[in-house]
Design a protein around this ligand. Structure first.
Ligand SMILES: [Zn+2]
Length: 130
């Protein structure tokens, strides 16, 4: 099965090991992709764990679960990225997530997300939605 994040890789060789906690995503983009896959598979604990502690309190399990499950996740497109490589400690990723909402209306979530690495782990900090 191809990975949900549209990398072209198989799920087993792409986001699954991150979701299972077997390995850590090496780049901000890899974390971002795995978070999209977590939405697509409603893995809420992973979404909270990978949100930086400075912004985690803005999110809650019920809201994330509601959005994740009410939506049909169709496609992820990475638009641009800045830093976020294995040797960086911060990075930005701009992406579009295509989904059908609970009325089955096509939607595009366009966001520029900021990431920070602490103790070798990448975290999502916040995002600007446009
Ligand atoms: Zn993936």
């Amino acid at each position: 099965m191809k990975c949900y994040c549209c990398s072209g890789e198989s799920f087993e060789n792409c986001c699954q090991p991150y979701l299972l906690g077997h390995i850590l995503p090496p780049t901000a983009e890899a974390l971002m992709r795995s978070r999209y896959t977590a939405y697509a598979t409603a893995k809420v604990p992973y979404l909270l764990e990978t949100t930086h502690r400075s912004t985690r309190s803005y999110y809650n399990t019920a809201d994330i679960l509601q959005w994740a499950q009410a939506s049909t996740w169709q496609k992820l497109e990475i638009i641009s990225k800045q830093a976020g490589t294995p040797t960086d400690t911060q990075g930005k990723v701009e992406f579009k997530a295509y989904y059908l909402d609970d009325q089955k209306t096509p939607q595009i979530h366009h966001e520029r997300s900021s990431f920070k690495k602490e103790n070798g782990r990448w975290f999502f900090v916040d995002g600007k939605v446009s």
